[in-house]
Design a protein around this ligand. Sequence first.
Ligand code: ATP
Ligand code: MG
Length: 185
Amino acid sequence: MQTVVAGKAMKRLFFALWPNQVIRRQCSRIMARLPEAELRPVAASNLHVTLLFLGGVNAGQQAAIAADAASLAVSPMRLTFNGLSYWQKPGILCLTSNDFDQQVTRLSEQLATIVVRNGVSIDERRFRPHVTLARKARQAFALEFEPIVWRSDDFCLVESCSLADGVEYRVLQRWGAKGLSAMSK
Ligand code: ATP
Ligand code: MG
């Protein structure tokens, strides 16, 4: 999905940690216990941890940002998602963590430096790792669950695509300890 601003095609992008099938299933199992009638659950295929939201980026900026991102050293990261939080302003229910490797924050900060250097302005709010499970939430929901241990040794550049039936996130590129893995798009 592209938006054209001042003659330049823009993509809506963000950096994220992407779940494997096991983690996705663990998140889905928690989602299945939420009161669906009062919420809009996130599609399982869209579950992720945002590292940095970029917003609209043109092709030249995307290429430069990707080249810089490829130079980052990525070490394995662990986040234990042990809370279910209600964030009133965005109206979401999300998994939150008070036990995660500082490497995750560091990666988010390094990406912010890269993005700003390439002329994209970002939200200066403190990084708080979370996995959005549902939108349109109006209240907190108490739930006991086995903490989800999310391990990752790579991060992704993702495109947010607005489709007729909702948003779809597409992984464009992935970088990790083993180097760059090109995606289909
Ligand atoms: P929509 O905005 O259409 O409801 P969405 O929020 O699912 O859909 P995007 O707005 O494209 O999709 O956001 C992509 C990801 O980036 C989501 O995880 C979202 O929570 C996060 N995000 C969006 N805006 C910001 C922001 N200003 N700061 C931090 N994270 C953001
Ligand atoms: Mg949004």
